[in-house]
Design a protein around this ligand. Structure first.
Ligand code: UTP
Length: 414
């Protein structure tokens, strides 16, 4: 009885009276489930996140500097060989693991299942995004005669479907004993007035809390402990939606080892000075992915003595970490950003509303916000045509059509 009253008081305190009305309508089991869910929500944090969506973004005086990078195509043969050898050793010793972030909602693509289950229309028969990733890892396994442990981060929403899909397709020939799924953490969605959304299952709608949740979810799921037990020294973390992602690049790995850094990242050069992408730089002395909104126009156009953009290295979700770096980040709280997205919900009459326009805030932390916890990271410039074929939008740029073209062009060349 007290628990019910406490829940009602809490909901009143945070202006969520519509949930009280919902509680009154539910049968005992559903009511208990909802009360349990509510007891796990940090309303104070949620209020703060909502209040932040109403605040003007503060433009602080930041000291921005370029972050040095190496261009893969300009490395000397000796340098390349040295990096490759260092990297290969790690792979051959079985000290390398890969994490695929597949917990996103993929709202822009509009595919009905998890993004990795999207079939890219390549070479007639087509290939699923998970299949493309599995092929890339299998190639490395063959080369280095070790099976790379593959950790797939899902969301609570898509976890079961993802596992079912991989089972159905026999893990695309990947050794199942080396694949582990873990679901990432979530945060409730809020409508434009800060009200919680209710889903068809009569629960409060929650969604993954961004790819920055990877680090803490690796720890909470026990995957990090498992990696340590296996003797893993380096962990690659990448997205699910880049059809040209190279997950075991020994040059990137060797460069990180040689430079004695805890994080290394592959970049591609911006298409032009004003392309709307985040670029690597140093902000107030720490490495960071600087959003295009944070980079003054003049700086965006600055070039070095070779005529290269000083702030031209775009982040492509191709990041490598020492196990110690993951451990360190997993204990930190990263900042949350809000994204205004389309999410269906149940209205007060119990009718499902499927919005055609964005209607709710999703709170997300970003994987790259962890970089500033370090003094330095190493950047390797790859090539757009070799390393980046994103599947983000239904049509136009970064869509299945452009990714298909890039993928086929790459494989026709290689
Ligand atoms: P995006 O930020 O492009 O998001 O994810 P998305 O969910 O795929 O697509 P939209 O924005 O809803 O259209 C980049 C990578 O991060 C993963 C995605 O699965 C993708 O690999 N991600 C994103 C997560 O794993 N969890 C999240 O909460 C968000």
């Amino acid at each position: 009885m007290d628990k019910v009253q406490d829940t009602i008081d809490l909901l009143k305190m945070y202006n969520q009276e519509h949930i009280i009305k919902l509680l009154e309508k539910l049968d005992e089991d559903k009511k208990q489930a909802l009360i349990d869910q509510i007891s796990k929500i940090d309303f104070h944090q949620l209020k703060e996140l909502y209040d932040n969506t109403k605040k003007e973004i503060e433009i602080k005086e930041n000291k921005i500097e370029p972050l040095p990078y190496l261009d893969k195509k300009k490395l000397s043969e000796e340098q390349k060989e040295e990096f490759q050898k260092l990297g290969e050793e790690v792979l051959e010793n079985g000290q390398y693991a890969v994490v695929t972030m597949a917990g996103g909602q993929g709202t822009r693509l509009g595919h009905s299942g998890p993004k990795g289950t999207f079939k890219l229309d390549v070479y007639g028969k087509g290939k699923y995004l998970f299949e493309i990733l599995a092929e890339n890892l299998k190639e490395a396994n063959q080369k280095y005669k070790k099976v790379i442990p593959w950790y797939i981060m899902t969301s609570k929403e898509n976890n079961e479907e993802t596992i079912r899909f991989m089972e159905k397709h026999n893990y695309f020939g990947y050794d199942k004993a080396f694949v582990r799924f873990f679901a990432q953490s979530e945060l409730p969605l809020l409508d434009i007035n800060g009200k919680l959304l209710v889903g068809k299952d009569m629960k409060i709608k929650e969604a993954s809390d961004g790819n920055g949740g990877t680090y803490s979810s690796l720890r909470a799921s026990g995957c990090l402990a498992e990696m340590k037990e296996k003797g893993i020294k380096w962990v690659f973390i990448g997205g699910v939606d880049n059809a040209l992602l190279k997950m075991a690049d020994t040059i990137l790995l060797g460069m990180a080892i040689k430079k004695k850094v805890q994080i290394a990242s592959k970049s591609i050069v911006k298409a032009n000075a004003h392309e709307r992408v985040g670029v690597f730089g140093k902000m107030n002395g720490h490495p960071k992915v600087i959003e295009y909104t944070e980079l003054p126009e003049k700086m965006a156009e600055e070039v070095d003595e070779d005529g290269e953009l000083k702030y031209g290295e775009a982040h492509i979700m191709c990041n490598l970490y020492t196990i110690e770096a993951i451990e360190k980040i997993s204990k930190e709280t990263l900042i949350y950003h809000s994204a205004f997205k389309k999410n269906s919900y149940i209205d007060e009459e119990g009718k499902e509303i499927i919005p055609t326009e964005p209607n709710s805030y999703k709170f997300e932390s970003f994987i790259f916000d962890a970089f500033e916890l370090f003094d330095d990271i190493a950047i390797l410039r790859g090539k757009r045509e070799d390393d980046f074929a994103p599947v983000k939008n239904k049509d136009g740029v970064d869509s299945p059509r452009t990714a298909k073209e890039l993928y086929e062009k790459y494989w026709n060349r290689n």
